[in-house]
Ligand binder design. Structure first.
Ligand SMILES: Nc1ncnc2c1ncn2[C@@H]1O[C@H](COP(=O)(O)OP(=O)(O)OP(=O)(O)O)[C@@H](O)[C@H]1O
Length: 283
């Protein structure tokens, strides 16, 4: 893990600090096929420290495949994934936390039978050094780690305004709250890179605005870098520093929201056909 479990308090929300230094994530010529279907075709991407980078594109464009390559669920046929200074042909899923990456899942990866607090503490399970036997015997090391993990989880819970439900079982909570629990579980280990798979999907418009604010605040307070895939282009435009657009597995645009919004290739990809006089994505 690149930082301590408790790691101090989250920094107060402040100015955006997109760092021009070495990228946190670099993809070089990533290609991936399933049988005869090309899901990704020579994707290059560089994500700067502190950035919120959205990956958008029509259905089947390759967004989930890309996220799965970065988190090691898929091994690309070609190309390299670089996380900080480490280069991978296949990102080791089992060491994802150790290389400073956390992710959320579109359909949530929470334990319904555990409380919110215990679910958030699960985000630190890969950081605990005391083995199972020491935890059972409750050795001093295991107790210290437990206390640190609990403090970090409490901090993430407070940060995401989940204090009122922290002792409730996840199974009984509304979807919009569970999306925040999942974000807290991913944040608690203070990842260098946070991958969010449709963080705003399936919630009401009001909850979407709240979640978008939480994502932005999380980037600032936890000093992390965020790559997200999302279908709601309107929210994405307001939330992201840069947006990469995929279509049929290829990257067709990569730029600021304003650049992407007026990019003719993007407009065509979303509309399916070119429209004369169409100069902006309607959102
Ligand atoms: N596990 C898989 N097995 C076979 N084909 C797959 C698999 N995963 C993705 N594909 C195919 O790869 C292409 C890209 O799919 P992917 O799910 O990455 O796109 P997406 O942009 O995330 O789509 P959506 O917005 O609908 O979720 C599609 O043609 C899809 O059918």
């Amino acid at each position: 893990m690149h930082s301590n479990v408790a790691g101090g308090t989250p920094r107060a929300a402040g100015a955006v600090r997109v760092d021009a230094g070495a990228p946190v994530l670099t993809l070089q010529s990533i290609s991936l096929s399933f049988g005869g279907v090309t899901a990704l075709d020579g994707i290059d991407l560089a994500v700067a420290k502190g950035e919120i980078r959205a990956i958008i594109g029509p259905n089947g464009a390759g967004k989930s495949s890309l996220l799965n390559v970065v988190s090691g669920l898929y091994r690309p046929g070609r190309g390299v994934v670089q996380l900080g200074s480490e280069r991978f042909r296949h990102v080791p899923t089992a060491r994802l936390a150790a290389v400073g990456v956390a992710r959320t899942f579109q359909n949530l990866a929470l334990f319904k039978g555990l409380s919110v607090l215990d679910n958030v503490m699960m985000g630190l399970v890969h950081c605990r050094r005391a083995g199972f036997v020491r935890q059972i015997l409750s050795t001093p090391q295991a107790r210290r780690e437990e206390a640190k993990a609990r403090a970090a989880a409490e901090e993430a819970i407070t940060f995401l305004h989940l204090g009122a439900v922290k002792h409730q079982l996840a199974g009984g909570l509304p979807y919009g709250i569970l999306k925040r629990v999942e974000l807290a579980r991913a944040l608690v280990a203070r990842p260098r890179l946070l991958l969010l798979d449709e963080p705003l999907a399936g919630v009401t418009l009001g909850e979407k605005r709240d979640l978008a604010a939480h994502v932005r605040n999380a980037r600032d307070a936890y000093d992390t870098t965020i790559v997200l895939i999302e279908h709601d282009i309107g929210v994405v435009m307001g939330l992201s520093d840069r947006i990469a657009v995929l279509d049929y597995g290829r990257k067709i645009a990569d730029g600021s929201p304003d650049e992407v919004r007026s990019d003719q290739a993007v407009i065509d990809a979303y509309l399916g056909v070119a429209h004369e006089g169409e100069t902006e994505l309607v959102i």
